[in-house]
Design a binder for this molecule. Sequence first.
Ligand code: IMP
Ligand code: MG
Length: 171
Amino acid sequence: MTELVPVISENEIKKIVKDTGLKISEDYKGKSLVLIGILKGSFIFLADLSREISIDHEIDFIAVSSYEGTSTTGKIELIKDIDIDIKNKNVLLVEDIVDTGNTVSALIDHFESFNPSSIKICSLIDKHERREVSINVNYSGFSLEKGFIVGYGLDYNEKYRNLSAIYDLKL
Ligand code: IMP
Ligand code: MG
């Protein structure tokens, strides 16, 4: 039987999103900023985070596929690229969760070819157990050792994205 074990409450998420938005607003004050959300998992986090950032910023999305079920396929396929010109701009990649690090690492390589001024990573969750590529998550909301997490944009086979809190999925 499938069980959803609460991990991060709606209030805890709100606080971390607010604090992260404040920090980003301070760090990028007087600078360009482009938030690039990695679809689909980051859509709710990015929508909330953007409204907690008080400085002007642009928003775009990129879509990649890497996962089926709860195990990685190890391959990253680009489904939709960005439309905004990021040359000489500061890019902040917004991710729901960094797991093996393969997605973020491949995307950094991809965006570097457009010559932005900087590329940093903001992830709601930084999950360590299965990390394969050394990744420095510049803005990390929650640190988790392991588990398969759903809710607040994160899915299991496209389900549970709509939940307001974050749960550990026990299959
Ligand atoms: P990575 O390339 O292994 O870092 O995986 C990144 C992507 O895998 C994330 O953007 C998620 O879409 C998905 N993913 C990794 N761990 C989880 C999880 O615990 N729950 C839901 N999706 C996950
Ligand atoms: Mg994702």
